[in-house]
Design a protein around this ligand. Sequence first.
Ligand SMILES: NC(=O)c1ccc[n+]([C@@H]2O[C@H](COP(=O)([O-])OP(=O)(O)OC[C@H]3O[C@@H](n4cnc5c(N)ncnc54)[C@H](O)[C@@H]3O)[C@@H](O)[C@H]2O)c1
Ligand SMILES: O=C(O)[C@H](O)COP(=O)(O)O
Length: 468
Amino acid sequence: MASARDISQPLGTDRTVSYSLSVSPTATFNSPPASHGSFLAGGLPRRPKPLKPFNTEDIKILLLENVNQTGQDILTKQGYQVDFLKTSLPEDQLIKKIRDVHVIGIRSKTKLTEKVLREAKNLLVIGCFCIGTNQVDLEYAAKHGIAVFNSPFANSRSVAELVIAEIITLARQLGDRSNEMHRGTWNKVSSKCWEIRGKTLGIVGYGHIGSQLSVLAEAMGMSVIYYDVVTLMAIGTAKQVPTLDDLLEQADFITLHVPETPETKNMISVKQFERMKKGAYLINASRGTVVDIPALIKASRGGKIAGAALDVYPNEPAANGDYFNSQLNQWGEELCSLSNLILTPHIGGSTEEAQRAIGVEVSEALVRYINQGTTLGSVNLPEVNMRSLTQDEPNHARVIYIHRNVPGVLRKVNEILADHNVDKQITDSKGDIAYLMADISNVKTEDIKAIHDSLDSLTSRVLTRVLY
Ligand SMILES: NC(=O)c1ccc[n+]([C@@H]2O[C@H](COP(=O)([O-])OP(=O)(O)OC[C@H]3O[C@@H](n4cnc5c(N)ncnc54)[C@H](O)[C@@H]3O)[C@@H](O)[C@H]2O)c1
Ligand SMILES: O=C(O)[C@H](O)COP(=O)(O)O
């Protein structure tokens, strides 16, 4: 376990509670454990141990939504207190729990809105153990010095493979045939069943998933076109088309891989279905809000589309169990009555491979941020990275100062640090928020509080931490 040092989390401007995982009065400043040495017994150089600046067991983490064991193990090994739940939580329970924790780990269901985050007085960092971060109010989090990390591509391949499976399943009406057999009906048909070879796949959103899918689809003999708001390099012989309408008019299969944003809400609605070829297929494994469900039902009933696959829905439940019969989904009955419609419960990224990789990636980012303040990979704070301080560097401290991006801050910070040797300093900004990291040496224990309090009294301050 780490020796007792300090992680100072001051009050944000509107935070009313601070936590103090603070310096134990008896802790010796930066004295390494007796067993600590630079070389292993065999004489091999050994990697310097990173400094652990506080009692790691004081860090409280809440993991929701069945975060993978790999992630739990990494956090538990650090000595943090990890509370694990298989499901997400209703808002009132979430608010109660989040008040107490320094770290929360979620997946796509837990909504960390301003209302919830306002209560999160102790929260340092959010880990989204998934790709999407639309469930978090990223701007509010940044303005209150709460870093957010995700796993940008560890489940991309899993989603792309699911979509390939769905393209064939739709083209061959496999869902309907299987359902009929389950009901005891033999219905051998070839009418309106197709090979996918030679058909055109239209990919909307050519990012990590879209481009991976492009490769797989071409390998199966499909022609690929894509539409994206930015101009992107085509992979293989895929072609970017200038407008969504161009894509809708040409594609036999349309698959959506855009994030949830105000611009993508109901991106596929009545007009877009009208633009599609008669007999086209639609696949949505992005976010439920991207497709206007009543318009989909109409297009399917009227024979405009020959089938669809939905993995995501405008409202999704917090836990496994009854869904379509609950109040959550007003279209359940109608959707279930449509033919050649594949419905899956948001399983695009749900493979062992993806979940294990995400568990490792996000937990490691959380540990780096908690212990060292490194924001590499953060989706809402400027990315600042410095090598870890080690126990071989006595009397060093790392100052982290998250502040409003206004003129004159650096001068004031450097006045405060002026009596110390600043070994290294990095600062970067993103919009209204800037992140400064400085390693200083020749620091005495009593200096730490003074530095912390001086920085904390600056009007630009969002959050100050001094790690040592
Ligand atoms: N079903 C699942 O389990 C599952 C799993 C992973 C991701 N997802 C969803 O899939 C989405 C895409 O994932 P990704 O990793 O490929 O993301 P990405 O960020 O790598 O790619 C998204 C692409 O969409 C483009 N885009 C954004 N807005 C657009 C618009 N209005 N019109 C056209 N293009 C637009 C972007 O430029 C980008 O190229 C995620 O945001 C997430 O919501 C779902
Ligand atoms: O954003 C994502 O990565 C996907 O939607 C998967 O979300 P999940 O982890 O909640 O399954």
